[in-house]
Design a protein around this ligand. Sequence first.
Ligand code: SF4
Ligand code: MSK
Length: 667
Amino acid sequence: MMAGKKRTPEEYSIDPASQEMLLRAEELGLKTAFSRADEMKACPIGADNLCCKICSMGPCRIVKEGQTGICGATADTIQARNFIRMVAAGAAAHSDHGRDMAVTLKEVANGETQGYVLRDVAKLRDLASKYDIPIEGRSPSEIANDLADLYIAQFGQQQGVVVSLSRAPKSRQKVWEKLGILPRGVDREIVECLHRTHIGDDQDAEHILDHALRTAIGDGWGGSLIATDVSDILFGSPAPILGEVNLGVLKDDQVNVVVHGHEPTLSNMIVVASQIPEIIDYAKEAGAKGINISGICCTANEVLMRQGIPAAGNFLQQELAIMTGAVEAMIVDVQCIMQALVGIAENFHTEVITTSKKVKIKGATHIEFDEKKALDIAKDILRRAIDNYENRGKIQIPDHRSPVVPGFSHEYINYALGGSYRSSFRPLNDAVMSGRIRGLAGIVGCNNPRGQHDNLHVEIARELLKNDVLLVETGCSSIASAKVGLLVGEAGLDQVGPGLREICEAIGIPPVLHMGSCVDNSRILTVLSQVVEEGGLGEDISEIPVVGLAPEWMSEKAISIATYVVASGVYTIMSGTAPVASNPKVPDSLIVPELLSTGWEKKVGAKLEFINDVDTIVSKTLAHIDKKRAELGLPAYDPEAFGESGDSRMLEIESLSVADRREAIYG
Ligand code: SF4
Ligand code: MSK
């Protein structure tokens, strides 16, 4: 942590576009999350999560051996309570998003919305049949109505098991059942987190953390999965599409509208409205060449992977986008929106517009979104942005943008591997079994200004690719990798190991597969389920050579994600500030980190660890993958064994003279 020392733009970020804007911030005397992180010394007790303020006898700080809170709470109880409250908040954020999507599905099915359609009817029918909802002879609206009812019921359900858990491998469901951590209803488990952590309730760290697992499973296999399912039904299941990322996607001669947050409902309608001739003409009348929509954070991922709308950046670039002076409106919905945006925008002409019923920011314009008038509201917001174009002052748009091919839903991966009529994960499983692919890793999560922006995401990705590990990425991590060119086929392939390169060339995929937004980590769970179902890589997710990583996490959602990924059987490494840290002066603070690692490994077959050093992260990831390979009886990874077949060999041969080609082919 760098608090107290003023860093240079190069120390703040590895991204040249961000460095340029951070330099501009200094010239203009403006603060950013980066400079505020320099000035804000983190409270060391809070950083270790050894502070409790859940009742007014406290706050209580535990700083030495034998000390307890006024109620007698020990350090491990306090840490476990703080941890589960993060899980509850993260699960609530994802799942409330899922609930809103399910309610929108119901409204669309009943014809109560404006501008939305059921775009992926095949997925709707497929999902409905998974839950025994009749599909034959019924209209898409009838089926969607039933599916929406079923999904809405999962949030408030009191008894039984959240229905979408049936999509986890049977072996995993049995692990959860045996431990008594099958979530009954998504909301019920979140509420119980708060009840258990009220003064005078659950005061056994292990017992508290068992419920953290249960709550997080309700997020990953419940709320988040529902959010992803419904988004695909309403806006289409993603398939590869060409896009661009970084601040250079902003246009100097167009009205720039940036959508930021997480929900796809308004942002998709903004995209639709921006293509209506009447709106384009309105922009031209204002002297602009057109309207340029781009995104930040996961709203960016939602419209990037479905419509190829460019992403202006990830979490730490939200303030920097406004500092270009070229953004007429930043439209935000929910999650990861910095309050500082309004203060930054006051120095430019940008209007920050909040749109969610749940989110207002002091000083921002609030235009409440309503699905029933979605298109009208989207058009009004765009007209407002266009009217603001004439107020633009000096602009500076960094000339940095990179191509990206996002949109690897598990449905598309299935199709890419086997084609329409024999879609299957067989080729992927075979590639791992043969050792061409050493293993799999998911790199996900945020940026954190306490560290160097994008650095850990990119460094870890590069090291794992060199070692033939196929990567899937979501959220701000995927935007970080896209900025350095790892999310396009050919451009990324010179940086990957020989076996992985062969697979990418043969199938035509990049070595890093973009799987969407934060809630779309549920797509990774679905991929892992399919890998198990396909056979050859174990009977359960915990047997697959796979690791989860969140190198620059900052949000409570990331803690919930990490917890459900571990609960699903995947060894997970987070970096940066650990939410529960061992303090040598407080021996009880060793207990919770131990419960999260070896404790959870015994219970669910995977551990959660917090590691900061890149070399250690990479070596532990590879060691885990190799250990799982050995346990499955697969051949040990050998990079020398591959790389002499496929397109790379053909390209080499094509570069030879005719005589040498003959020699190379026939010997
Ligand atoms: Fe202190 Fe106990 Fe109250 Fe927490 S619950 S603030 S440890 S007295
Ligand atoms: S947006 S939760 S900063 S990934 Fe999903 Fe990025 Fe993390 Fe927000």
